[in-house]
Design a protein around this ligand. Structure first.
Ligand code: TPP
Ligand code: MG
Length: 706
């Protein structure tokens, strides 16, 4: 085979055939490009444009800068590479392949199995391949976060950069730089158009995250055509305004310029870096340069030939990795990564001897294990008819766990006083530019970025949370969804969970949010009924290793139930439990509720008992946990033959038919709420024990006639 690669200046380079032949820059870069072309062509779908334009940047970044050992993709101090422009996934797959990153399965490194083989690349976008359309965390080794929804990777990267600095502040000791890794992001026009990217960049600038480098593929093309259709701001000025160091690479094919910019990033100690790389999409595709058509989909056979010709590539070769390309990466990222990782392991071994407690923390954290005794201070709340808001109880529990779980970290989108999420114990501290080890994060009024940043923290093994009002979960739904998709054990604290919040009115009163969150596969939604159910909620949440959770809490005080009279709150762990039953005989009706509505059912239960009607109250804080229980448990809580059922929840009624069957009744929300004092709202929307009793009697009567 003869290849006469072109170097970036367009001159032919000599080739060599010797044993230890190491490929030229151009040969490596064109390998990335042609792998992307061939994969997209074979799949007949996907995007080759971005990988073609970004191949030089990807090559220089990986082979000359990234601190990453392909033989140990789990090395905790590795630099993180985030392809926020996830549609360009073939760039990442090509790099993972050429760098010979090894595969990790169930936390074990398979020395002889590549993360991405050439065969895997041939199966790009096919069923069960490790090369899906967009990079998926946990699915393909080396993918540091799931990307594709534009802007999310940018948001995640800010969380990762915060985490790197946080770990350094908490764990590094003189002469022991255990954590000092950088975060590199490749982002596209779309990433910078999306609001979440702006929110995240603004916070990154504020926090002066100098370990964060975004490389912006300024190819001026997105799907509908030239970006000047909709995007004409001065990105450099914008990022300067955020407090970033903005660098420019005027020619995406000039490796020296790219390398120079990355060196400047490494030297910059006081702020994040944006490298604007002026590129031409689908570089080299002769007839599709800088057109919307170059953006997506396969090039077509003749176009592919012309493109390969242009690169000096054998026109008929497919999925060709010429001799010396793997070797070039092995000499670059491979050798550097290995040396650094080995040095790190020596440092960490000594560190563990010198600081056994800290070493133990790091080790446990990496295994997603909790410190022993983490739950020792979780409070039990005494029965109290007046009670406290579940948000209030949450604040107490969070602060009882925090001191014993050193890597619990989080904050709110400017609502910490309302969501009660502030960590107030000694040493908790506030995360700030000069205090990177603080545990209270002020996300600002940036819910979307908060979600993405929390995911970035979670990807960095911190037990991270973000808080706001339940209504504003809508502002951060994409990262909530991605937390579930990535199976990250992060959690979201959502307060002001219903019309129960009162006077703020329908703009602030959630209706459809609960059902929306419950619809996310793998998300654990918990809506505790009283302070003790809050304690139990945290026991559940903290022990999750591969699932995120939403903790949904009231603004208003809720009675703390007398658990000597009603069943223990520990039943929460099973999602739903029988809280009260008739003193004698079988219940005639089942009342099911979550959160603040459980008290209404208990009230109705007591009154019905006085009338001689036996009711059962089921507290159902979590559909998701209940669905995990076996049939016999579920049938014991909701016996199929008892069909008289009333569900009560201050939210959309959608979905409750699952638990009340076709004949039951739901007392729920069918409209938006309104602005009024709580008691007026409860009357207006029918959330009173009387209404529930009425519904119960009707249910009993109807079930008798059946
Ligand atoms: C949030 C979101 N909206 C829309 C899309 C669909 N989409 C995929 S790529 C793209 C734009 C591509 O343009 P650009 O970001 O400049 O990337 P390039 O084509 O230059 O690589 C869009 C709109 C998406 N992936 N994410
Ligand atoms: Mg673009």
């Amino acid at each position: 085979m003869h290849v006469s690669p072109l170097n970036p200046q367009g001159e032919a380079e000599p080739t060599s055939r010797s044993e230890d032949f190491v490929a030229s820059d151009a040969l490596c870069i064109n390998t990335i490009r042609t792998l992307a072309i061939d994969a997209v062509e074979k799949a007949n779908s996907g995007h080759a444009g971005a990988p073609m334009g970004l191949a030089p940047t990807g090559f220089v970044l990986w082979n000359a800068f990234l601190s990453y050992d392909p033989a140990d993709p789990l090395w905790p101090n590795r630099d993180r590479f985030v392809l926020s422009a996830g549609h360009g996934s073939m760039l990442l797959y090509a790099l993972l392949h050429l760098a010979q990153v090894r595969r990790v399965v169930d936390g074990r490194i398979l020395e002889d199995t590549p993360a991405v083989s050439l065969d895997d690349i041939k199966r790009f976008r096919q069923i069960d391949s490790v090369t899906p359309g967009h990079p998926e965390y946990g699915h393909t080794t080396g993918v540091e976060t799931t990307t594709g929804p534009l802007g999310q990777g940018c948001g995640n990267s800010v969380g990762m950069a915060i985490a790197s600095r946080w770990l350094a502040a908490r764990y590094n000791r003189p002469d022991f730089p255990v954590f000092n890794y950088n975060i590199y992001v490749i982002c596209s026009d779309g990433d910078l158009m999306e609001g979440v990217g702006s929110e995240a960049a603004s916070l990154a600038g504020h926090l002066r995250l100098s370990n964060l480098c975004w490389i912006y593929d300024n190819n001026t093309v997105s799907i509908e055509g030239h970006t000047d259709l909709a995007f004409s701001e001065d990105v450099a000025v914008r990022f300067s305004g955020y407090g970033w160091n903005v660098l420019r690479v005027p020619n995406a094919n000039n490796l020296d310029e790219i390398g120079g910019a990355l060196q400047t990033f490494e030297r910059t100690q006081d702020r994040p870096t944006l490298v604007i790389v002026d590129s031409i999409i689908g570089y080299g595709a002769p007839h599709k340069q800088n057109t919307a058509a170059a953006h997506s989909d396969a090039l077509g056979k003749s176009e592919v030939r012309l493109t390969k010709q242009f690169y000096g590539w054998p026109e008929d070769a497919q999925f060709l990795v010429p001799e010396g390309v793997h070797a070039r990466f092995a000499h670059g990222v491979g050798a550097r990564g290995r040396a650094r990782r080995e040095r790190w392991q020596q440092i960490f071994a000594t560190y563990r001897q010198k600081y056994p407690d800290l070493g133990e923390q790091i080790t446990r954290n990496l295994k997603h294990e909790l410190p022993s005794g983490w739950d020792a201070d979780i409070p039990t709340f005494a029965a109290d008819a007046k009670g406290i808001a579940t948000r209030e109880a949450s604040g107490k529990v969070l602060n009882a766990i925090g001191p014993r779980l050193p890597w619990l970290i989080g904050g709110a989108a400017d609502l910490a006083p309302s969501t009660k999420t502030k960590l107030t114990f000694d040493g908790a501290g506030t995360l700030a530019p000069e205090e990177p080890g603080g545990r209270n994060i002020h996300f600002g009024v940036r819910e979307h970025a908060m979600g993405a940043i929390v995911n970035g923290l979670g990807l960095s093994h911190l037990r991270a949370y973000g808080a706001t009002f339940l209504i504003f979960s809508d502002y951060m739904r994409p990262p909530i969804r991605l937390a579930a998709l990535m199976q990250l054990p992060v959690f979201f604290v959502f307060t002001h969970d219903s019309i129960g919040l009162g006077e703020d009115g329908p703009t602030h009163q959630p209706v459809e949010q609960l059902v929306g969150l419950r619809a996310i596969p793998g998300m654990i939604v918990l809506r505790p009924a009283d302070a003790n159910e809050v304690s139990e909620s945290y026991r559940v949440i903290m022990q999750l290793k591969h699932q995120p959770a939403c903790l949904v809490l009231s603004r208003q005080a809720l009675p703390i139930f007398d658990r000597s009279r009603y069943t223990a709150a520990s039943g929460l762990a099973r999602g739903a439990y029988v809280m009260a039953d008739p003193t004698e005989g079988e219940p005639e009706v089942i009342l099911i509720a979550s959160g603040s509505e459980v008290q209404l059912c208990i009230g109705a239960y007591e009154s019905l008992a006085q009338e001689g009607i036996g009711a059962r109250v089921v507290s159902m804080p979590s559909w998701d946990l209940f669905e995990k229980q076996d049939d016999s448990y579920r049938n014991s809580v909701l016996p199929p033959h008892i069909t008289a059922r009333v569900a009560v929840e201050q939210g959309s009624v959608i979905g409750w038919d699952r638990y009340i069957g076709s004949s039951g009744t739901i007392v729920g929300m069918h409209t938006f709420g309104s602005s009024a004092p709580l008691n007026d709202l409860l009357k207006k929307f029918g959330f009173t024990p009387d209404k529930i009793m009425e519904a119960a009697r009707e249910q009993i009567a109807r079930s008798r006639t059946r």
